[in-house]
Structure formats: structure tokens, C-alpha cells
Write a protein that binds this ligand. Sequence first.
Ligand SMILES: Cc1cc2nc3c(=O)[nH]c(=O)nc-3n(C[C@H](O)[C@H](O)[C@H](O)COP(=O)(O)OP(=O)(O)OC[C@H]3O[C@@H](n4cnc5c(N)ncnc54)[C@H](O)[C@@H]3O)c2cc1C
Ligand code: FES
Length: 301
Amino acid sequence: MEIQEDEKGYIVKLENGEEVKTKYVVICTKYPFVDFPGFYFLKMYQETSNVIVIDPKEELFEGMYINTESPTISLRVIDGKDKKLLAIAGFEHKTGAKIDLENSYNYLEKIAKKMYPNCEVKYRWNTEDCIPLDKIPYIGDFSNIMPHVYVATGYKKWGMTSSNIAANIIVDKIMEKENIYEEIFRATRLEPIKNREEVGNMIKESVHSLFLNKLNMPKEQIEQIENGQGGIVEVSGKKVGVYKNMQGEIFKVKPVCQHLGCELSWNNLDKTWDCPCHGSRYTYKGKLIYGPSVKDLETYE
Ligand SMILES: Cc1cc2nc3c(=O)[nH]c(=O)nc-3n(C[C@H](O)[C@H](O)[C@H](O)COP(=O)(O)OP(=O)(O)OC[C@H]3O[C@@H](n4cnc5c(N)ncnc54)[C@H](O)[C@@H]3O)c2cc1C
Ligand code: FES
């Protein structure tokens, strides 16, 4: 939940109230949960990618493939228990973006049907990853003013490979050994915030979600939300995030992110509340799924 300095090193505070005293800390929680210092929320955003797994119902090709165009699509053969299955992944979007998500899986399913017309879709899911503004992971010292605290993040969807580099660099730093890759991935570098276009976009998004959107009262009332749908509505002059399940049961949250306070977007595909600023996600009941937030949403009766 929190890292505090101590005269001998650091105290890491856990959710259950326990504390861990340590000289070294490695923050590898995907998105760092410490905001100040570090300021990773100014130099990174999150993207959500979708994945489907199909049973091709015929003989499958061998190998793994990834395209070079956009959107990126990768094909991976999975050795299932009885048969080989195919994972088709990609079609990413910035987490929390106000776009129509309904087509995300359809797009992947169309690719599947084109290759294997009789295929059956067995699984669908999505996940997030951190994208640094200069597209190079942040590995090494977390901040110049927190000695012995290290970070490994911003893998840009290549964390299974880049985490091996991170492990080597961080072990060498703790052992006070030189590592020739340290400089390339230096997490305290300033280059990412020189990417004016991306920084401008992030600031614009944050200003909208932190201030401007909050000033606009939604026109929709709770009665207008249909079963199986969600959205932000006005209740007694207050903005309330509402989801109605298929039986008409209502779940209400305060649609404000517990990280730095941005207004959340309703994701009708996954029935989640997503943050357009840095990509925290919550269930419709307000339970935290992905950080940087470390807290659940406030809820209403
Ligand atoms: C569709 C897709 C395809 C991919 N394909 C590839 C590929 O082919 N090759 C490749 O190299 N990479 C690939 N990746 C990327 C790779 O999976 C990720 O980059 C990598 O898993 C990220 O690792 P991580 O350790 O940073 O985060 P995670 O694996 O998410 O681990 C973070 C851990 O921290 C925990 N945590 C979070 N917050 C806290 C907290 N506050 N306190 C304590 N613990 C916390 C979480 O529970 C989790 O266990 C792909 C990613 C996607 C989305
Ligand atoms: S994730 Fe940062 S404000 Fe929501």
C-alpha cells in the first residue's frame, strides 16, 4: 500500500496492517503504486489488449506469428490437454478510452473464422500493460531520492522477455556490479517527457477527466439505464456510477478513481469501471482489479 523511509532502510506497509522492514525494495507491480517521487503517471499510460482462444476443428499450423501492421495481432498455438488450440491476441486500445468496445472480440473472431471457418471460440479475455512515452521500459533506480528502491515497468507488452533484463539489471545494482544495459533502460531518464505530443495528449485527458467532465452533470437518469447496461447518471444533484444486472439489480459507485481522482468510464463489454488517466480498473461493484490505484471505489446504498 505504501513505502516509508526508515533510518535503516524502508518500511513497506501491507493491506492487512502488517509492515515489512527492508533495506531494498523492488517495485514490480506492473504499474508502480508509489506516485511521489517517481512521477511514473506522467510518463506512462496503459493499454488493454484482447485475446480469444479457439478450437480450430481441423489441423492447426505450427509456430507463433505476429504482424507488422496496426492493429497488432499475434497467433500462438497452445498445447491443450487433448488437442492444440489457437490464441489470437491484439486489437488494443488505451484503457478507459471512450470508444465502442463491442467490436473488440468480433474483430478477432473474424480473423479466426477466415482461417478456420468451423472454429469454436472457447475463451475470451483481456489484460493491460504499461506503455512508456518513449517506448523503452523503465528499469533500475525508482527515483534519484530513494536509494535502494528499484523499479521494473513499462514493458510495452514485452514483459515476459524484458523482465529477464530487469532481473539482471536489478540484481547487479543490489550486488553493486556494473551492467552494460543499465543506461539504456535507466528509469529516471527525462527523455520520455520530451515527447511533446504524447505528454500533451496525457495532460489533455487528465484535465478532462479530473476537472472538465466533473463539471458536466449527466443528462441520463437511473431509470434510463437498461438491464445489463451501466453509466454515469444524476441522482439528487450527485454523479453516480450505476450498473443494472440482467435481473434489474442496481449497483452504485462513486465514479471517481481512487488513484488521483479522474472520472471513470463505463466499460460495457467487461462491465467494469475504467480510468482514462492511468488505467486503473474496478468491477461494477467497485472492487479494484488493476492499479496504480490500491483502493476499492466508494459505493452507495
Ligand atoms: C495480449 C498480450 C500478449 C503478450 N505477449 C507477450 C509476448 O509474446 N512476449 C513478451 O515478452 N511479453 C508479452 N506480453 C507482456 C507481458 O505479459 C507483460 O509485459 C508482463 O506480464 C508484465 O509483467 P509485470 O511483472 O510488469 O506485471 P504482472 O505480470 O502483471 O505482475 C505484477 C504483479 O504485481 C502484483 N501487484 C499489483 N499491485 C500490487 C501492489 N500494490 N502490491 C503488491 N502486489 C501488487 C500483481 O498482483 C501481479 O502479481 C503480452 C501482454 C499482452 C497483454
Ligand atoms: S489511474 Fe490514475 S487517476 Fe485513475
